[in-house]
Design a protein around this ligand. Structure first.
Ligand SMILES: *Cc1c(COP(=O)(O)O)cnc(C)c1O
Length: 367
């Protein structure tokens, strides 16, 4: 090739390093030639497909020759009702990841800055860079967001701030008081994206409801997802809640049919199945206890987490332990790409899965 095609890409995209997802189960099966692999790497719900969602998808199948409802009316109506929102505040996305992308596309350009925390979700800098803008990464405090330092990092070029509450991959959370104080310090023309992908799991008295805060702060945009507690990661459904003007802007930049018809019907069904959600939360709480008490017994330090995953400190052996777990058919998430090379992140699974991971871990620790 005589042409340098990479040089043709937009400047921010030339230097962009793609997101590293957790290893898919089938990939490890192919590599190891084994059939019995478990994945505790991408914070998916371990309960799997619910019978109600499966039924709803079956019933919707005959219609897939038609385009989906491009406005997602029924799902938006159900979400509005559940959370006490107006439908004109809602934007649906192909995962909440798409919301981040739409926000970057709509509100960022070359010369603009977006503020985020160290050890926060890896997708934020990617969407910012892809839009030609500059990610400004603020050092973390105790593995969480240092909101005072983030407020200090705002400049006249700042257009967006990303906050994950709780945060991935550390599992830390911010209180209502902390977030309110931050919002008071942020000018109205700086948009704050509050990513609540794990909100359903949090059981803390002072954990803020982002939708309530949004009513008070018009520059706040809250995102949630069906990928975690609702167990629909493979179908890709997320949503954003913002004021009607911001929602109108997001609606201009999204693809007309960004959610497929099966995803829409599955999310609507999953939202209605509150018993399933409760089961998911109960399994998670028990699994957290199971894992963290074992880590304690093994004298391994963890970062306290309010989510469906926990990051554990394994020191210089983390990489070797990760490889040993893979050989034992257990996929967890190394955090070297998050600049946390001494940690592994474990998604909380079913009791037997957690046990299998712990057995493999202990075997490696004593070897
Ligand atoms: C998993 C996750 C999401 C959700 O992504 P989807 O695109 O909705 O699947 C968003 N933010 C964080 C911090 C996450 O860990």
């Amino acid at each position: 090739m005589s042409c340098d095609y990479r040089a043709l890409a937009a400047a921010g995209i030339q230097t962009l390093k793609p997101y590293e997802p957790g290893k898919p189960i089938d990939e490890l099966k192919r590599e190891l030639g084994v059939s019995d692999v478990i994945k505790l790497a991408s914070n998916e719900s371990p309960l799997g497909l619910s019978p109600r969602v499966q039924d709803a998808i079956h019933r919707a199948l005959p219609d897939i020759a038609r385009y989906p409802d491009g406005n997602g009316f029924r799902l938006k109506q159900a979400l509005a009702e559940r959370h006490g929102l107006d439908m004109n505040q809602l934007t649906l996305g192909c995962g909440s990841n798409e919301l981040f992308e739409l926000l970057a596309k709509a509100f960022l350009g070359p010369g603009d800055e977006a503020v985020m925390s160290q050890y926060a979700f890896a997708v934020y800098p990617l969407v910012v860079q892809a839009a030609g803008a500059k990610p400004v990464v603020v050092p973390s405090r105790d593995w969480g967001h240092d909101l005072d330092a983030m407020a200090d990092a705002l400049t006249e070029r700042t257009r967006l701030v990303f906050i994950a509450n709780p945060n991935n991959p550390t599992g830390t959370w911010l209180s209502k008081g902390e977030l309110k104080a931050f919002m008071t310090a942020v000018p109205e023309n700086v948009l704050v994206v509050l990513d609540e992908a794990y909100a359903e799991y949090v059981d803390q008295e002072n954990y803020p409801n982002g939708f309530k805060l949004q009513r008070r702060y018009p520059n706040l945009i809250v995102t949630r997802t069906f990928s975690k507690a609702y167990g629909l990661a493979g179908l890709r459904v997320g949503y954003g809640v913002a004021n009607a003007e911001i929602t109108d802007i997001l609606n201009r930049v999204r693809q007309p049919f960004n959610l497929n018809s099966l995803a829409l019907v599955a999310a609507e069904t999953a939202l209605a199945d509150t018993a399933r959600l409760q089961e998911s939360l109960a399994v998670n709480a028990a699994g957290y206890e199971q894992l963290t008490s074992a880590f304690k017994r093994l004298e391994l330090e963890t970062i306290p987490s309010v989510t469906n995953f926990v990051s554990v400190h394994l020191g210089a052996r983390a990489g070797a332990i990760h490889q040993a777990l893979l050989r034992a058919g257990v996929i967890v998430r190394p955090l070297a790409s998050y600049d946390m090379p001494e940690y592994l992140r474990i998604s909380i699974g079913l009791e037997a899965e957690n046990q299998r991971f712990l057995t493999a871990l202990e075997a490696e620790l004593v070897s």
